[in-house]
Each structure stands twice: as structure tokens, then as C-alpha cells.
Design a protein around this ligand. Structure first.
Ligand code: GDP
Ligand code: IMO
Ligand code: MG
Length: 431
């Protein structure tokens, strides 16, 4: 029995979906613990692509118990839609549990997200417009609607009678439309969800802890990346939830001692959807190579992702916050064909050397990456990558191996997994 956590170490989109799907083969229960459908996790199995936003990425493996923890913000329509889509694609969910403590994203949260982004000027993060920030705001304000509220219809109606006039005032105060929420209409929206989602709502904190006690292998799947964390990330350009390993404790209700391993997902270069500084961002031919060969378009919004060289100052920081026991290095294949590959190991800013990103975004914007240059390698072709996936590192170009070893030594964490293509089988398992 193993209890593992998967964490994105950069700006999100590191390949958590693919890695979670791979590790899920050995797990019985897969748990999401943060974020919502701002996430877009891609899994490719035998040429078929699945994009999941709320459903844990273990859902494509047969007979898994998938769990949405209390730290997740749930758009009920999206979750139910994904469930139906998966069933149509031949992957019916056999067991789903949704935390009664998870907060619901309702239509007014999405409206508020758009209004707030329009007001924030240079402070805007370029959100996914899924209502994530406003739902976490309501949670902190303690007038949020939780999944558990769907189970007591009378109490839910009384709660909405208090909450909706508050939300009307908030939205009007923000200069939004002169909305008047009809409590009956919102109640009906909730009742529709209650009928369909209610049967899956339960106390997942007890469920997960009992499962661990009974020796179940549990895999916790993080969303986003550490640099988007509300406390430790690129505030105010990140997301509204915690992303670090500790978020699995608060967002699923488990003690830190339960984790046997923490896998940090490191994309072999950097990508970013949204605003704010990216010190290693490339605007030259190498950047175009990464963007086009890596097919870097947002899985949720379709926006092109900004691309840059791997930034190990960033990953060093993530490791400090998360305690990685292993690294999953993804998309190494995308670097093939570049004459040299650069890796940032630290920054210089205002006459100082910085080993990790600073809190102050004006200093971060001035950070000059200090690069190590490594020799590149020719693309050995899809067949060679596939052979390497079967036979291991030895079957690959020496410069490619040097790159993997360099990352491992700089971080002081073993590389446990290497991604050499989007498919499930395009994976080197070095454990
Ligand atoms: P996530 O949000 O961390 O799950 O990542 P996304 O799914 O948003 O973006 C990762 C993209 O890279 C997806 O299109 C994946 O199919 C793809 N991908 C994942 N691992 C690899 C890999 O090792 N090589 C290549 N070429 N593509 C990969
Ligand atoms: P996955 O799980 C990449 C970014 C948005 C924006 C900021 C705030 O697929 O890695 P939000 O909608 O959360 O209020 O947006 O965070 N962002 C992500 N970027 N991958 C994600 O998730 C992201 N989730 C949020 O682009 O800059
Ligand atoms: Mg993504």
C-alpha cells in the first residue's frame, strides 16, 4: 500500500494528468484536493485524448474510486457532464464520492469572475473565468454554498434567501449589471444538481482516512502548479487555492504522516497561461519551437501558452515547499532538435543572486536568469522514444541522458519518471 501525492512544480500544465493516470494503475482511490475546473488535465491512451477538469485523472483506469475532496470548488454541471462523457467513451465511473464540505461554483460566481477581471487592470491574473476566485472568496467569507447543503433542501432554501441578496449587492457594488437573483430560480438550479449529485455527496474525510487505515493505495492529484499557489506563488497573478503538498492535508483532511511519496512534476521547459513575469520566457525561435512542438495551448481555455527555458530556481523553491521524494520529468522529447538547451539555475536582480523566486513581483520582473548551456540532441524519432520507454535510458542519445542527470543532481531528487510523448505508454519508469 502506498499513499502518494502528485504536485505540479511550475505554472501548471506540467503533465499531471498523464502522470496521475500512469500512477493510478497501482492505486485504488484517486483524490483531487484543490482548485476546480480551472484545471485541464490531459490523458492520451491508445491515440484517444481525454481532457478532464474536475474528475480525478485516475478515471480512465478501470474500477477506481474517484474522490473530490473538501478543498475543491465544484461546478456541479461540469462534474456531471464529465461523468456522462466518460460513460459515453466507455469509461463509466464505478465509484465517485464528493465531499459534503466542498464549495459549489454557482452561476453568479462566474459572472463575478468576469467583472472582477475587468476591474483589476495590471493586477489581473488572466483567470480561466470559471468562477474559482469568487467561490473561494465566499468560502472565506463564510457565506458559500457547500455540496452538503444539497442534502437538506429546506435549509438550502433558507440559506439562499440570505446569501442571494448579499451577492446581488456585491455584484452591483462592483459595477456589474443590475442583477436581481430570483431565489426560486437559483434554488431550482441547486435542486437539479441535488437530484443528480446528491447520491455521491458524503463525508470524504472519514472515507479517505478509513481507506488509508485499511491499507488502500491512495493517490492525491494536485491541480495547478506551486508558482500559482495563493500564498507561495506569483501573487496576485496566481490562483485562489493552495497548491503545495500541505494543501492535500487541508483539502482532503489527512495528516501529513500519511504520505509515503511526493512526486513533483517538472516539465522539461516552462509554460505559462496568464499574466505576470516569467524570467526565462523566450520570444525567439527556441520559444516558437517549444510552443509548436510542445503543442502548448491551454487545455481549459485554448489560449496559447507562453514558453521559456526550464527554471530550476523555481523548481528548487517548489521542492523546498513540497518535499519531493521523486521527480517526474515530462515533455523531454519536445527539446529534441534544438542545438543547445539552456537551464536557469539562479537569478540576478538588483545586484544580488537569488536562488529562489522572490515574493515581490517588481523584483521578479527584473530577475535575470543565469543559464547553464547543455548540448542538444537530434530527435531520435517516435519509434526510438517508444523503444526507450520499454528498454530504459540506455536506448537514448547521450546528451539527452546528461540533461536528465543534470536536473537530478541540481535538485538532489531522483528522477522517477520521464515523459517522452503524450501517450500513457510513452513513459520511462525509472523507479
Ligand atoms: P496538466 O494540467 O499538468 O495535467 O497538463 P496539461 O494536460 O494541461 O498539459 C500537458 C500537455 O502535454 C498535454 O497536452 C499532454 O498530453 C502533453 N504531455 C504530457 N506529457 C508529455 C510528454 O512527456 N511529452 C509530450 N510530447 N507531451 C506530453
Ligand atoms: P492545471 O491543473 C495553468 C492560471 C490562470 C490565471 C491564474 C488564475 O491544468 O495545471 P483562476 O481561473 O484559477 O482564477 O486563474 O491561474 N491557472 C492555470 N494555469 N494550469 C492550470 O491548471 C491553471 N489553473 C489556473 O491562467 O493566470
Ligand atoms: Mg492543464
Amino acid at each position: 500500500m502506498t499513499v502518494s501525492v502528485i504536485i505540479g512544480s511550475q505554472f501548471g500544465d506540467e503533465g499531471k494528468g498523464k502522470v496521475t493516470d500512469f500512477y493510478a494503475a497501482e492505486a485504488d482511490m484517486i483524490v483531487r484536493f484543490n482548485g476546480g475546473n480551472n484545471a485541464g488535465h490531459t490523458i492520451v491512451v491508445e491515440g484517444v485524448t481525454y481532457k478532464l477538469h474536475l474528475m480525478p485523472s485516475g478515471a480512465i483506469q478501470p474500477n477506481k474510486h474517484v474522490v473530490i475532496g473538501n478543498g475543491v470548488v465544484v461546478d456541479p454541471g461540469v462534474l456531471l457532464g464529465e461523468m456522462e462523457e466518460l460513460a459515453r467513451a466507455g469509461h463509466p465511473i464505478t465509484r465517485l464520492s464528493v465531499s459534503d464540505r466542498a464549495h459549489l461554483i454557482l452561476s453568479y460566481h462566474k459572472l463575478q469572475d468576469g467583472i472582477e477581471e475587468g476591474l483589476k487592470g495590471r493586477l489581473k491574473a488572466g483567470t480561466t473565468m470559471r468562477g474559482i476566485g469568487p467561490t473561494y472568496q465566499d468560502k472565506a467569507a463564510r457565506w458559500g454554498v457547500r455540496a452538503g447543503d444539497l442534502l437538506d433542501k429546506d435549509e438550502l432554501r433558507r440559506k439562499l434567501d440570505i446569501v442571494l441578496p448579499i451577492k446581488e449587492r456585491v455584484i452591483r457594488g462592483l459595477g456589474g449589471p443590475e442583477v436581481e437573483f430570483d431565489p426560486s430560480a437559483v434554488y431550482e438550479e441547486c435542486m437539479d444538481h441535488a437530484d443528480r449529485l446528491g447520491p455521491y455527496v458524503e463525508d470524504t474525510t472519514v472515507l479517505i482516512n478509513e481507506a488509508i487505515e485499511q491499507g488502500t493505495s491512495v493517490l492525491f492529484e494536485g491541480a495547478q502548479g506551486v508558482l500559482l499557489d495563493i500564498d507561495h506563488g506569483v501573487y496576485p497573478f496566481g490562483t485562489s487555492s493552495n497548491v503545495v503538498t500541505g494543501a492535500a492535508c487541508t483539502g482532503a483532511g489527512v495528516a501529513p504522516q500519511v504520505f509515503d511519496e511526493v512526486i513533483g512534476i517538472v516539465k522539461a521547459y516552462l509554460s505559462r497561461v496568464g499574466t505576470g513575469p516569467v524570467p526565462t520566457e523566450l520570444e525567439d525561435g527556441a520559444g516558437t519551437h517549444l510552443q509548436t512542438v510542445g503543442k502548448e495551448f491551454g487545455a481549459t481555455t485554448g489560449r496559447p501558452r507562453r514558453c521559456g527555458w526550464l527554471d530550476l530556481a523555481m523548481v528548487r523553491y517548489s521542492h523546498m515547499l513540497c518535499g519531493f521524494t521523486g521527480i517526474a520529468l515530462t515533455k523531454v522529447d519536445v527539446l529534441s532538435g534544438l542545438p543547445t538547451v539552456k537551464v536557469c539555475t539562479e537569478y540576478k536582480a538588483r545586484g544580488r543572486t537569488l536562488r529562489v523566486p522572490p515574493a515581490d513581483m517588481s523584483i521578479f520582473a527584473e530577475c535575470e536568469p543565469q543559464y547553464i548551456e547543455l548540448d542538444g540532441w537530434e530527435d531520435p524519432g517516435t519509434d526510438a522514444w517508444r523503444r526507450a520507454a520499454r528498454e530504459g535510458l540506455g536506448a537514448l542519445p547521450p546528451n539527452w541522458r546528461s540533461y536528465v542527470e543534470f536536473v537530478q543532481e541540481e535538485l538532489g531528487v531522483p528522477v522517477a519518471f520521464v515523459g517522452v510523448g503524450p501517450g500513457r505508454s510513452e513513459t520511462l519508469d525509472l523507479r
